[in-house]
Design a protein around this ligand. Sequence first.
Ligand code: B3K
Ligand code: ZN
Length: 884
Amino acid sequence: MRTDTSPAIYRKDYTPPSYWVRTVEMGFDLDPSATRVATRMTLARNPASAEQAIVLHGEELELVQIRLNGKNLAKRDYKLVDGLLRIPTKAEEITLEIETLIRPDKNTSLMGLYVSNGNFFTQCEAEGFRKITYFPDRPDVMAQYTVMLRGDKKKYPVLLSNGNLIEQGDLGDGRHYALWEDPFKKPSYLFALVAGQLVCQEQTEKLKSGREALLQVWVEEGNLDKTQHAMDSLVNSIHWDEERYGLELDLDRFMIVAVGDFNMGAMENKGLNIFNTKFVLANPRIATDTDYANIEAVVGHEYFHNWTGNRVTCRDWFQLSLKEGLTVFRDQEFSADMIGTDSGRAVKRIDDVRVLRQAQFPEDAGPMAHPVRPDSFVEISNFYTVTIYEKGAEVVRMYQTLLGRDGFCKGMDLYFERHDGRAVECDDFRAAMMDANGRDLTQFERWYSQAGTPRVKVTTSYDADKQTYDITLAQSCPPTPGQAKKQPFHIPVAIGLLDGKGRDMPLSLKGHSDQPTTLVLELTATQQTFHFTNVTEQPVPSLLRNFSAPVVLDYDYSDADLAFLMAHDSDAFNRWEAGQRLATRRLLALTEAAQQADSPLSVDVALSASLRASLNDVALDPAFRETVLTLPAETVIAEQMEVIDPQAIHTARRFLRLSLAKDLRQDFSRVYAANQTDGPYSPDAASSGKRALKNLALSYLAELDDADAHTLAQAQYDSANNMTDRMAALAALANSQAPGRAAALAKFYSDFEQEPLVIDKWFSLQAMARTTDVAAVQTLMKHPAFSIKNPNRARSLIFSFCNGNPSRFHAADGSGYAFWAEQVIALDAINPQVAARLARSLDRWRKYAPALQEKMRAALQQVADTAKLSKDTREVVGKSLAAN
Ligand code: B3K
Ligand code: ZN
């Protein structure tokens, strides 16, 4: 076992910086193999610090020279150890000049300054700026930047950085320059530069105050026909933030740039957002409805960061969810408002909760579990997690649930009033919410400090004589690494009661004068009972409406209750939820049966009747019907089992889908025909909802794998006028024995060879196909279009297989795990962040049957034993292997 682990960093060890940086002037001489970076900064001593030195971070830099107040420093004047440069001094005001040399063309980590397809890009969050120059690279050091870019005019005709373009011109030697000035002070992680051969779609937009802003979407030539949706999404985001929160764009110019090599989705650099092409480029030929929705969400998310993240930023990286949870909440609300209808909002909520359950609940139950505000980390890049983002967003949503929309807005106003231009903590946000509303939210802090998914157990009792109804809520939370015992959380539980006809009953609860039909019960103790009066008949409770808290709710519903809620609940989320509970029950029973070789799987008439009713209920939006008919994912079922058996879950889910396909065949055919979207493609919610329902019908019919299904899929493939329909048809063919299967896959490839984002889909679809085993993935890796260096491509094939094809990945012979180890190790040498993501695929290994567990542990150990592993990957495999 190797012991060269990097030390953990603790939140409690925070100390303020020894020097503040006031201004930063940077000059870049851009050259892929030797970029010269000259930085001049003015520093002021921070009286709150005891440290008598300037402390700067730096990684992979060639230090050319340092000058302090105009004087060259010799080696003996400073100490350079382990990426920290310390210059002893007590001076109040200092001018520091540093020159470094960097090699962007050798930078495969995609952090700092790097080259993608011949152009220059940066990624500085969280700690990439230190790969550009020596700097106090921490978010609480905020400074004003002026940036001079110089480079070859032909190779790099476009030179961009944050803020406003002050000046540009020719340097006479085939090179040119551009001078940028960002009027707002910012932390180094928001610095950006882009240089290269790019073109843009632009327009001016009038802001609420009447000011005009220039909006630009920059892409490689040839992609200008794919920028309109991103531009529309940006315009909508700008106006939404003005309307909902009174927040106006503070810059005269706002740029989005798309890059094909990018570690994550996008980055909110001040005024110069850099995006993965996946979240910018769209037209009907290449993008699906989901792509269109994702682009809207990510453009919104990065734009909203301009206030929540940039104007008010994080004091330290432990506070990451301060900006991320809040900004995800804002983008969720934005997307919901863009759909506009109640039913559309419910579908959006369902989608968000699905992500939480499929990804965050498992994280919260595994070795990487951490609070929304972690107490320690080894590598901060590993903490850009579903807990920080999605659970963080749920925590923010709970403020709104507890305080109401207006109360929440008041809290936001106070937050900006107090903290604009500062780097603050999660506690400051909570304090603003409390103070603006005169509410005590002290206990609410536990949502930030305690990891794990709370469980709320509900019991009820009805007294017909007294006409009272008692709801008892009891909470608990399982232990997580480093936190054995938990204190009770402050949990908002929204509830309603349905009468025998399925109507909402008015709720009489002591302390509430009005009689609403939905009430938010506040559970703060370990156990509490709420007494309802004037309850004229035995109700069916609708619990945790709209998923009012990120918890697991247990209540002993009968199957009949669930079918009833599915048919009647006025809360659309809970209608869906009732169906999911029913389906989960069946799937768990089928999984158990599948584990017993001699127990045949049996069909469930009641579930199929309920699903049929929803499928055919034309009063419901197609998008909603699609969510009801989609069975819980294999990973969601897995989390409900004591010991995960991926093969049995897979067999059970396939069996249920096939029985439903047989049972509801006529219905699916009818729905398929009734939900065609003729005419030109539009990604609006109504049309995409119809397509979603139609393609769900297609996928069920495809389960039958008969000639009719093959013909239907092939016909849809041949006539599709958009990528959503084309992909759905291709998926149906790829998972079937259709004679046209291979031809369709080949045609798809040759039709879209020039579109990298579509080729990603082609890899991904095959990686997740039922017949794809490790050998098939390895064959695909030899395809000329495959490259492990491009994160999107690596994700499309390797990640899709390891995370999206559980029954093949968890093959009994352990071949999936051996493949995983090989790929983690290969990726780690190229790009630690991407490798560490893949490393997460085995972190639930202790939940599996012993035979699988042993093979997973061996694969994890193989990675852990690798010499020269990045601290990113080492932290993940180390924590996975650690005794629990
Ligand atoms: N803030 C960035 C994420 C940066 C990830 C660094 N490893 C994107 C976002 O959340 O908007
Ligand atoms: Zn973000």
